[in-house]
Ligand binder design. Structure first.
Ligand SMILES: [Fe+2]
Ligand SMILES: [Fe+2]
Length: 164
């Protein structure tokens, strides 16, 4: 998915704020999970699963390093913050399993699809009315500055992934 990566980088500067950036990430992986379901070719499944895992690592990293701590500081809402962290940890375990597996594993497809379900739930929690993003907007966090930090950290991590 070199094309997708390039376009993410090229457009990083135009995101208005942190929430817009994070929502765009959500949309992208959602699309990829839907695409994955339709694939029957093993090598394409493997490539797409790898792109999904890499994108999720980037996304969860920038949330955990930058957005979540800022949210906790601004709102003091431990319940929402901790649930989101625990959901990331659960997803991370499945991501590791998928990365260590391949389409010849009988459970490969099931693992990717279940990860998709977990992420769909997690994204809904972040985006729903009264959820983390809505509360972040109400708390008047500096979402523009955070958006810039997220974009900068994301492209840094992207370069590390590409070098690895
Ligand atoms: Fe997210
Ligand atoms: Fe998240």
């Amino acid at each position: 998915m070199a094309t997708a990566r390039r376009s993410t980088k090229a457009t990083a500067g135009r995101y208005r704020d942190a929430i817009t950036l994070l929502k765009a990430d959500h949309q992208q992986v959602k699309q990829w999970f839907a695409q994955f379901k339709k694939l029957s070719d093993a090598s394409r499944q493997q490539m797409l699963a790898r792109s999904i895992c890499q994108a999720l690592r980037l996304h969860t990293s920038i949330e955990e390093e930058i957005f979540y701590p800022a949210f906790l500081e601004a709102t003091g809402n431990k319940d929402i913050h901790h649930e989101a962290e625990v959901e990331h940890q659960a997803a991370e375990r499945l991501i590791v399993e998928i990365e260590q597996s391949n389409p010849s594993d009988d459970f490969f497809k099931a693992k990717v699809n279940v990860l998709g379900e977990m992420i769909k739930h997690h994204v809904r929690e972040e985006e729903k009315p009264g959820g983390m993003f809505a509360k972040a907007r109400k708390a008047r966090m500096d979402l523009k500055a955070l958006g810039q930090q997220l974009a900068a950290r994301k492209s840094e991590l992207e370069s590390e992934q590409q070098a690895a």
